[in-house]
Structure formats: structure tokens, C-alpha cells
Design a protein around this ligand. Structure first.
Ligand code: DAH
Length: 356
């Protein structure tokens, strides 16, 4: 009997010491497996006389039950511990910021397009697009540039190889062709802006052969110069974030508008730097005008019924002015140091309400 007690104590201690589910299984096999220590003793009972067999059988069964129960408890405990360890290991703190170390930056061009889109969409404009490769018709003719007109030369146009009929497509020199394309397919009222790439054969500190413009077009039955002025004054003040920013309209000439005006904003150059806002000087930032009746006619809109205004501006230029970027060339150098300096954090989407 003594050594049954000893066996019991020994097995229970082994169960307690098993540190893993595998080790515990080994303990089970040594105790209760086919050749286990309890099993072997059960087998040996057959050689005893009936009374002794019953007594020894009861004792052994009690040991077997105790060991089985201890195995069960230990298995449950080890299982819980394994699960808890795994949960602790795979723990994710969902309250942490998504990417605390975000290093990618939004390019100032993208940021500026997002900002002006937010402002104009707030005024009821939608965004339209057109192809980068244009026909002479949309880029010039339908915009009322007469053939051989000197204004065509001003555009430093990139021409593609002529087709079989000798017609040369162009890389669009401005976003204005999308005015005509939109009017051809849309029944007024129209209120669109067109941010996009434009191309001219020109390259220095303030010109790049590929650059960006945003075009605006409003067509309705009672649109007049007052609407043009109100819209652009509001835009300039919202974009530069200066409520009393002076905005000046200066007579100008574009073939596709009549009358035409260039728009200047107030600035000051005191102290060598350039500060945007009320000051003693002016900076030109965009071209605009009332859509020329010929352009409406080209696009299939009756100028006796509809009028409108249009405007266009260089995105790099307004980005450089707003964010104090001195040189145009690094915009396209993909220099990460420049982008980290002048770029914008991705999460901060510009909205009129939330700030630009
Ligand atoms: N397309 C002109 C340019 O590239 C800019 C422009 C001026 C657009 C006046 C307009 C406008 O829509 O009305 O220089």
C-alpha cells in the first residue's frame, strides 16, 4: 500500500511539474498508457486472491481517478496559459494612431489642387477633365484663335507627328479646351473647374515644359462680370486665407474672352521678402473674362440665350506664392528632402470648414 501512496504522490508531482501540453501528454502516457505504471499494476491484480484484489483494486482506482483529474486540471490550466500568452503576444492597441511615423508626403501640387477644388466645390462647381493630347481645333480654333494668329506662337506649342491628312495634334497648352468639350456635351447651367496638366516648350526657374493649370467655366442665362468678380475675389481670399486680401481686375486680352481681365492680388515687398496681403504692390495670379460669343457658337450654345465667364490660372504659381516655394524646378525633381520640407501630411485633407 505504501508504494501505491508513493506512486500517487510521484505521479501527481509529475503532473504539476509538466510545463507544456506535450510534457503533460508524456506524463499521461507514463501513468495511464498501455504500458503505464498504473496500467501495469492493474494488470498485476489478476494474480491476487479475491479479497486482496478488491482492496488493492479500489486503492488503485482511486489513484487512477486522482491522477486523471489532476491531468485534466493541468491540461486546462496549461491551455489557458498558452491562450493568454498568445493573446498578450498578438495584442494590438487599436487606440494608437494609424501611422504615427507616416513619412510619405502629399506633393504641393496635389495639395493645391485639393484646396482649390474644396473652395470651388463649396461654391457649386464640379470637376471636369479633358485629354492631354488635343487637336488644334479644341486647343486653338474653337477658342477663337484665328489661324496664324500671333497668340498661337505665344503658347510655345509642342506638336505631335502629323497624321495622314497632315493634321498635327498638340500637347494642350492650356486647360481652356475643356471649356469647349464640356459645353458640347452639357446643357447649361454649367459650373466646372478643370485642374490638369499643360505643356509648353519653355524651361527656366519659373517655367517648366509640363505644368498645371486650373480652368473655370460658368455658363448660365444671366451671368455677368459681377459674378466673375465676386467668384474670383472669394476664391483668392479663401485660398490665401486672408479675409481683406485686395483683388484687382486689370483689362487684358485673350482670344476666347471679351471683355478680358487679369487678376492681381495685393502684396508687399518691404524688407526684401514677399508678403501677400494689403500692401503697396500687386501680383498677377490669373486670367479671366466673359466667354466670347464665338466660343459659345463653336460649342453649339446660343450666345443670345446664354453668357458666362471663364478663368484660368497656373497651379505651380499659386502654390509657390502661398507656400513660399522659391523655385519651380524642384517640383519635378522627386527629391525626397524637398518633398519632406514642402509636402503635406496625408491625413490632413483640406476642406473649407476644416481649414486649408
Ligand atoms: N488659357 C489662358 C492661358 O493659358 C488662361 C486663361 C485666361 C483662361 C483667361 C481662361 C480665361 O479661361 O478666361 O494663358
Amino acid at each position: 500500500m505504501d508504494n501505491v501512496d508513493a506512486l500517487r504522490a510521484e505521479l501527481l508531482a509529475e503532473v504539476e511539474q509538466a510545463g507544456t501540453l506535450d510534457a503533460l501528454e508524456q506524463v499521461r502516457i507514463t501513468a495511464l498508457g498501455k504500458k503505464g505504471r498504473i496500467t501495469e499494476r492493474m494488470k498485476a491484480l489478476g494474480g491476487l486472491d479475491p479479497d486482496a484484489r478488491r482492496a488493492a483494486g479500489q486503492t488503485l482506482n482511486a489513484v487512477k481517478d486522482a491522477v486523471s483529474e489532476a491531468l485534466e486540471d493541468r491540461r486546462a490550466a496549461l491551455g489557458d496559459a498558452a491562450l493568454n500568452a498568445r493573446l498578450a503576444r498578438e495584442r494590438i492597441d487599436v487606440s494608437l494612431p494609424a501611422r504615427p511615423e507616416a513619412r510619405g508626403r502629399i506633393h504641393p501640387i496635389t495639395q493645391t489642387i485639393d484646396e482649390l477644388t474644396a473652395i470651388f466645390c463649396e461654391m457649386g462647381f464640379t470637376v471636369a477633365e479633358g485629354p492631354d493630347i488635343e487637336t488644334d481645333y479644341y486647343n486653338f480654333e474653337a477658342l477663337n484663335f484665328p489661324p496664324e494668329h500671333p497668340a498661337r506662337q505665344d503658347h510655345d506649342t509642342f506638336y505631335l507627328q502629323p497624321d495622314a491628312e497632315g493634321r498635327r495634334k498638340v500637347l494642350r497648352t492650356h486647360t481652356s479646351p475643356v471649356q469647349v468639350r464640356t459645353m458640347e456635351t452639357t446643357t447649361p447651367p454649367i459650373r466646372i473647374i478643370v485642374p490638369g496638366r499643360t505643356f509648353r516648350s519653355d524651361h527656366d526657374a519659373t517655367h517648366s515644359p509640363m505644368f498645371h493649370q486650373v480652368e473655370g467655366l460658368v455658363i448660365d442665362k444671366k451671368t455677368h462680370m459681377g459674378h466673375l468678380k465676386g467668384c474670383l475675389i472669394d476664391f483668392c481670399r479663401a485660398f490665401f486665407g486672408i479675409d481683406d486680401l485686395p483683388v484687382r481686375f486689370r483689362p487684358s486680352y485673350f482670344p476666347f474672352t471679351e471683355p478680358s481681365a487679369e487678376v492681381d492680388i495685393g502684396c508687399s515687398r518691404k524688407g526684401g521678402g514677399l508678403t501677400i496681403g494689403a500692401g503697396d504692390d500687386w501680383l498677377e495670379i490669373l486670367g479671366s473674362g466673359m466667354v466670347h460669343p464665338n466660343v459659345l457658337r463653336y460649342a453649339g450654345i446660343d450666345p443670345a440665350e446664354y453668357q458666362g465667364f471663364a478663368f484660368g490660372m497656373g497651379i505651380e504659381r499659386i502654390a509657390m506664392l502661398k507656400y513660399g516655394i522659391p523655385d519651380l524646378r524642384p517640383f519635378y525633381d522627386t527629391d525626397l528632402r524637398w518633398l519632406r520640407h514642402y509636402g503635406f501630411v496625408p491625413i490632413a485633407q483640406p476642406t473649407v470648414a476644416g481649414g486649408l
